[in-house]
Design a protein. Structure first.
Length: 150
């Protein structure tokens, strides 16, 4: 599998992994000036990039998953508004990160700042079917904490 990037803005930064074994490649803010995210505010930050995954023979399907950077989350309360972003295999628009400031302190995104990470993930595309009955399991319909905390 290969991941290709197209610069939509001359200031866009092609993502790189922080280390050889890093699962994610860091995405950078492609902005002309600082953007301050107020406490509990959501701001859409452009990367100036579009992407395409090239699958190899025999590979099913895949997606790009946009994830928060752990340092921004742990140190500044900055995450993704939707938890993770899903970039479908056929999407060719600009990749943007919906950042949310979960802290009580304003946070400033600077041009070129690494704001999120991108991970290629295999995807199964099952046939969508309907059923009048589903197979029984021990768990059944139990959810939302039904298995306990410990």
């Amino acid at each position: 599998m290969k991941l290709f990037f197209k610069k939509l803005n001359e200031n866009a930064v092609i993502p790189v992994r922080g280390s050889a074994q890093s699962a994610g490649a860091d995405l950078s803010a492609c902005i002309d000036e600082n953007i301050t995210i107020a406490p509990h505010e959501i701001r859409l930050i452009p990367t100036g990039l579009s992407a395409a995954l090239e699958l190899e023979a025999g590979e099913q399907s895949a997606m790009l998953m946009l994830c928060a950077r752990s340092g921004l989350a742990a140190k500044h309360g900055i995450g993704l508004a939707n938890g993770v972003g899903i970039i479908d295999l056929d999407y060719r628009g600009e990749i943007k990160a919906a950042l949310v400031n979960q802290s009580e302190t304003p946070f400033t995104v600077e041009p070129g700042m690494r704001i999120a990470q991108l991970i290629a993930v295999p995807v199964w595309l099952p046939e969508i079917c309907t059923a009048d009955v589903l197979p029984e399991t021990d768990r059944g319909a139990g959810g939302f904490g039904s298995t306990g905390l410990k």
